[in-house]
Design a protein around this ligand. Structure first.
Ligand SMILES: Cc1cc2nc3c(=O)[nH]c(=O)nc-3n(C[C@H](O)[C@H](O)[C@H](O)COP(=O)(O)OP(=O)(O)OC[C@H]3O[C@@H](n4cnc5c(N)ncnc54)[C@H](O)[C@@H]3O)c2cc1C
Length: 367
């Protein structure tokens, strides 16, 4: 959707084919980090996205008792870097992007099932049996991308070793306004993210084999048992979340690859570089891809050259974040008491300035 907005702004005609037959109000929350906000500003969308969510003043990693392990002064960094960090409902982000992309350019209920590139045009086959042609095909079709399979072949996903749950709850009184937190326990984490409009997005992770089920008591009862005794507002948020609003997702990524494009076909976002959510960067990197790709396509270069430049500008950064996110997940999901003690001590001793430098570097190096 970000690419659609950017192409429209650049005056390049496009059509979005979306497998889903309706855009529903689904999918919990998302954090649009400052680096993605910088990219959105280049296509005139930063303010509209910021207005749709909430910007925190602080973020913290906490112990299950509630004691801080690390803190990051997010408000100060936002002021210094001149870019907001926006926490919002995914559906709200989607509707802002859809409005700017132009809903008339989106064809719902059409899955891409195959494509052929004859060197001059790309012909795409859709799930209703029809075909359509264009100058470029961008596979922005997520973790299990059909376009990626056609381009790079089928390779299995890499399972992280942990599963996740996400939900949206009304803002209960025990939530600390302006604080985004992630609490690290034994092979389990719980995150709390105020998203404005009186709502709080929360997420939880747990080491588990893939494909697990929550059992007859349901997800909420399981999470209430898992996180019993953890600090406020965790129990209150779980109690306030309807069972049918909880989404469970096993966490996968793919090891980084060295090519995303061939001829007139390329990949973007999770289709190109799916990553674990530990740095909250999957959607942000998709946004950066979209802005850079639109600039390359608008440059006047031949299509193949434009796609090569896009890959050169984006690949190393996105792939590095895939690897960093994977490593952080291994650490955050540790179970052994000694490992957790060492980890928490290391993070506690880490100067605030070091964590802030990581954010600064990420924001200032947006391509
Ligand atoms: C628990 C969790 C928390 C996360 N938190 C954050 C966060 O805070 N910040 C952040 O930046 N990222 C976060 N992410 C990552 C983020 O959700 C993804 O990286 C992001 O959604 C990728 O966007 P995308 O457009 O590439 O793919 P998707 O969002 O997966 O979108 C792909 C679209 O393509 C459609 N589609 C699929 N196949 C086809 C087909 N064959 N034909 C047509 N359409 C098709 C799908 O229906 C879908 O609409 C999180 C992920 C998880 C699992």
């Amino acid at each position: 959707m970000t690419l659609a907005c950017a192409l429209r702004r650049a005056g390049i005609s496009f059509t979005v084919f979306e497998r889903a037959d309706a855009l529903r109000w689904v999918g919990a929350g998302i954090v649009v980090q400052m680096n993605a906000a910088v990219a959105l500003r280049r296509i005139g969308l930063c303010d509209a996205v910021a207005a749709a969510g909430a910007s925190p003043s602080d973020s913290a990693i906490l112990h299950p008792s509630g004691a801080p392990i690390t803190r990051l002064p997010v408000q100060r960094l936002q002021q210094e870097l001149g870019a907001p960090l926006v926490c919002l409902h995914r559906a709200r982000l989607q509707s802002v992007l859809l409005e700017h992309a132009g809903p008339e350019h989106v064809r719902l209920g059409r899955a891409v099932t195959g494509f052929q590139d004859d060197g001059h045009r790309v012909t795409v086959t859709l799930s209703d049996g029809s075909t359509t042609t264009g100058d470029v095909l961008v596979g922005a079709d997520g973790l299990r991308s059909a376009v990626r399979s056609g381009l790079l072949g089928d390779a299995p996903l890499r399972y992280s070793g942990y599963t996740s749950w996400r939900g949206i709850a009304p803002e209960v009184p025990s939530v600390r306004p302006g604080l985004v937190s992630e609490t690290w326990g034994r092979g389990a984490r719980f995150g709390v993210v105020p998203i404005g409009s009186g709502q709080v997005y929360w997420f939880a992770t747990l080491n588990a084999p893939p494909g697990g089920q929550d059992g007859p008591g349901g997800a909420r009862a399981r999470l209430q048992a898992l996180f019993a005794g953890w600090h406020a507002p965790i129990a209150d948020l779980l109690a306030a979340t309807p069972e049918d609003a909880i989404v469970r997702t096993d966490i996968h990524d793919r090891p980084p690859v060295t090519r995303w494009s061939r001829g007139r076909v390329t990949l973007l976002g999770d289709a190109a570089h799916p990553m674990t959510p530990n740095l909250g960067q999957g959607g942000c990197q998709a946004i950066e891809d979209a802005v850079v790709l639109s600039e390359c396509l608008a440059s006047g270069d031949a299509v193949e050259a434009a796609l090569t430049t896009y890959e050169q500008r984006r690949r190393e950064r996105a792939n590095q974040i895939v690897s960093q996110s994977w490593r952080l997940g291994r650490m955050a999901q540790l179970e052994s008491p000694i490992g957790r003690f060492l980890r928490d001590t290391l993070f506690r001793l880490m100067p605030e300035s070091l964590a802030a430098r990581g954010v600064r570097d990420l924001v200032r190096s947006v391509s």
